[in-house]
Design a protein around this ligand. Structure first.
Ligand code: COA
Length: 502
């Protein structure tokens, strides 16, 4: 049986198989594209290349909406080819970051649960083409996504046309892992009927009118692997302090022995923190998160995690081989949902999650900067960290206490950009220790954060700042003219330490 026979079960749709070049020729200047893909998982493998090639002779610009960051170097290629007008809601590519910070195109840094809602409200431009990677298409036109769901359901619902890339390299066993549910418009909406991470509330695929599917392309390429670096001494220390905090909460009867569903952010630090749970005594854990990284698979394999709900599976090369060659072993313990549901405030508050996200830096009162280096340059974006932090039972932020070989303190007097205000930050953890900020006023927070979380080489200077600010008074004491001096010092002299020495 030819691949089109096993992966396209709708006879009419078999007539719509085209080349990537043909599909790329349908895209017009000024259009808005909704592309599948969430943190390197389930993104397109053929059309991005075809679009970039077309731009060499026929320049155009489009809005590119996705679930989150893309793999397969798509964001790099798009930035280099200069085909972007506006990009949202998240990216994590150095070349795209450069284009954003040079002002070459617009980037809307958006809470990841918001994009679908804004499409539904008609706030964002109409999607001209939803271009989605799929495992297969069913008789009734239902599209089975691959390793991520992201915003694909919303793009399919709101797009004028749909193009599908059926990826032969993605295992057919993925079928059945997805749970597609779209809330009704606001004002007509029932509560989302999800009360535990393992529940299913929707369909196994994206149900569309087959007439909307304009073209189908076949590809055969795995997702690009994640590049998280293995745990190091500092990230192990962060994990250790976090686990001490959680154990203490259990001892005091504030959390049950198997905790509550856990969310963990992206990146090396968050991955290492989850790995720390492997050596802990915690068992029968549940994950209700966004990206399922290697650490979640290790926790499932070790029998520490009973069930994991996410909206994408983003793995290293070795882990990808292990998981996708035996996906039947995982299918009953994993579910992939739209990011609107994985990150939905209603569900996060109902389940009472513990959320663990990584900060770029934090200030002495507990405000967190997750996105802007030096207060101006975009790193990746807020991602889902705001969806989770504000609505979780426990909003935890982790970071290394110093960066750039100690030239930067990640605890500063004042963050130059605030993604998570002091009101959304319950606990902060660094390699130095943890500070539980719940129920503490700003003046109580500052001493605790400096003592427990700041690196020893910056502690005295932070205390000096706080004490001098206290003389000025206020609910949240500051010396505004000096509040950002640490960042200015790094920018001009390459180290916050020079300020310390002077
Ligand atoms: N000031 C300036 N740069 C800093 C810094 C600080 N205070 N702290 C860290 N950095 C730099 C590091 O030096 C490193 O730079 P490099 O790429 O040149 O080596 C880079 O930031 C990444 O730091 P790293 O320690 O490797 O952390 P990470 O891979 O865990 O990523 C974030 C950390 C904050 C960038 C990442 O978690 C993120 O983008 N978070 C926001 C989105 C989010 O939270 N999503 C969660 C829901 S999925």
């Amino acid at each position: 049986m030819g691949i089109e026979n096993s992966r396209i079960l709708n006879e009419d749709l078999k007539e719509r198989i085209v080349t990537a070049e043909t599909a790329a020729s349908w895209i017009g200047d000024g259009m808005t594209l909704g592309l599948s893909g969430f943190t390197k998982a389930g993104d397109l493998k053929a059309i991005p290349d075809a679009l970039v090639k077309r731009a060499e002779t026929d320049p155009f610009k489009v809005n590119v909406f996705t679930g989150a960051s893309l793999g397969s170097d798509i964001d790099r290629m798009f930035a280099e080819a200069d085909i972007i007008n506006k990009r949202l809601p998240f990216q994590a590519d150095p070349r795209m970051r450069q284009g954003i910070n040079e002002g070459s195109f617009h980037f809307v840094d958006q809470h990841l649960s918001h994009t679908s809602e804004m499409l539904r409200q008609g706030v964002l431009p109409e999607v001209d083409y939803a271009i989605l990677e799929a495992v297969s298409i069913k008789e009734d036109g239902t599209i089975i996504p691959t390793t991520s769901v992201g915003n694909s359901l919303a793009f399919a619902m709101h797009a004028e046309h749909i193009i599908v890339e059926i990826n032969e390299a993605q295992p057919g066993a993925l079928e059945g892992v997805h749970d597609l549910y779209a809330p009704a418009p606001q004002g007509q909406r029932e509560p989302i009927p999800l009360v535990s991470p393992e529940e299913r509330i929707g369909t196994e695929g994206i149900q569309v009118d087959p007439a909307k599917i304009k073209g189908i392309i076949f590809t055969n390429q795995l997702d690009s692997p994640s590049t998280v670096t293995p745990p190091d001494a500092e990230t192990r220390d962060i994990a250790g302090h976090l686990i001490d905090f959680l154990k203490e909460e259990v001892r005091l009867g504030k959390l049950p022995e198997n905790l509550v569903p856990l969310q963990s952010g992206i990146g090396s630090v968050a991955n290492a923190v989850f790995h720390g749970l492997l050596d802990s005594d915690f068992e029968h854990l549940q994950v209700y998160s966004e990206v399922l990284q290697d650490s979640v698979i290790d926790l499932l394999d070790a029998g520490k995690v009973d069930f994991a709900s996410g909206c994408s599976v983003t793995l290293s090369e070795d882990k990808m081989k292990q998981v996708f060659s035996n996906f039947e072993d995982y299918r009953d313990r994993v579910v992939l949902r739209p990011q609107e549901i994985s990150n939905h405030p209603e569900i996060i508050r109902r389940l009472g999650l513990i959320s663990i996200n990584t900060a770029v830096e934090m200030d002495i009162y507990g405000n967190v900067n997750s996105t802007h280096v030096g207060g101006t340059k975009m790193m990746n974006g807020i991602g889902g960290s705001g969806d989770f932090a504000r609505n979780s039972r426990l909003g935890i932020f982790v970071t290394k206490s110093i960066a750039k070989d100690g030239d930067i303190s990640s605890i500063v007097p004042f963050v130059p950009h605030v993604d998570h205000t002091e009101h959304d930050v319950d606990v902060i953890v660094t390699d130095q220790g943890y500070a539980d900020l719940r129920g503490l006023a700003p003046r109580e927070r500052a001493g605790l954060i400096i003592e427990r979380c700041a690196h020893p080489s910056y502690r005295e200077q932070l205390h000096d700042y706080f004490e001098a600010a206290l003389e000025r008074g206020g609910q949240t004491p500051h010396m505004l003219e000096e509040a950002l001096a640490w960042h200015r010092e790094f920018e001009t002299n390459g180290s916050m330490k020079k300020l310390v020495k002077s």
